[in-house]
Design a protein around this ligand. Structure first.
Ligand code: ITT
Length: 207
């Protein structure tokens, strides 16, 4: 079973490859010429499906028989910001890079006169293949701080402390993050679907 990852985010590719160790995974640009996908959905699930469908539709028939496409749409929702940045996490600041997104988050929290807030990450994972379309979602709860700690991870990890920990995700190893994260939990659900597809509805081998 070959899985094509419909993401151009190298950090996601790294984490997904670590979590789905037993599968043959291919980065988007190993199979297709990268192209822009407009993420105009209203939810993480809608955006995940939009990305996986766009990539699956770009495959030629032979590749459609060979690959399943898996996408990840994710982000962070901050309670004191009424759930922002949510689906706009990647493009929260005008520049849209991780550093300026974190700076904007810190500044918005501080403007409210607080130094931390409850928050959660969400990851929606979509699978699109000739066998059908599926989408699952999971979350990781904790709090965001108004100062950065740690060097690991990406995005908002240096600001986020998961429940039950006293370190940010950027202070944890990738192994530790990959056993508690929103992405790990959503991929655990996706694994059930992958196994079902592999087996085939009537026991026939599809991929
Ligand atoms: P693709 O659409 O190509 O997959 P992207 O980075 O644009 O890449 P999203 O639209 O799903 O992906 O935005 C996800 C953003 O949410 C990401 O850029 C980070 O800012 C944040 N994010 C998601 N998961 C994260 C994680 O595990 N750690 C830190 N930040 C995360």
């Amino acid at each position: 079973m070959k899985i094509l990852l419909a993401t151009s985010n190298k950090h996601k590719v790294f984490e997904i490859k670590e979590i789905l160790k037993d599968y043959k995974l291919y980065a988007f640009d190993e199979v297709l010429k990268p192209f822009e996908i407009e993420e105009n959905g209203k939810s993480f699930k809608e955006n995940a499906l939009i990305k996986a469908r766009a990539v699956f539709n770009a495959l030629v028939q032979k590749q459609k028989n060979e690959f399943l496409v898996l996408s990840d749409d994710s982000g962070i929702c901050v309670e004191v910001l009424d759930g922002k940045p949510g689906i706009y996490s990647a493009r929260f600041s005008n520049k849209g890079d991780d550093k300026s997104n974190r700076e904007k988050l810190i500044s918005e929290i501080k403007q409210l006169g607080v130094c931390e807030s409850k928050a959660y990450y969400i990851a929606a994972i979509a699978i699109v293949s000739s066998y059908g379309e599926y989408v699952v979602q999971a979350s990781m709860h904790g709090k965001v701080m108004s100062e950065e700690r740690g060097e690991n991870g990406f995005g908002y990890d240096s600001l986020f402390i998961p429940n039950g920990f006293d370190k940010t995700l950027a202070q944890l190893s990738s192994n530790e993050k990959n056993t508690i994260s929103h992405r790990f939990k959503a991929l655990e659900l996706a694994l059930i679907i992958l196994k079902m597809i592999k087996k085939g509805k009537k026991g026939e081998k599809i991929y």
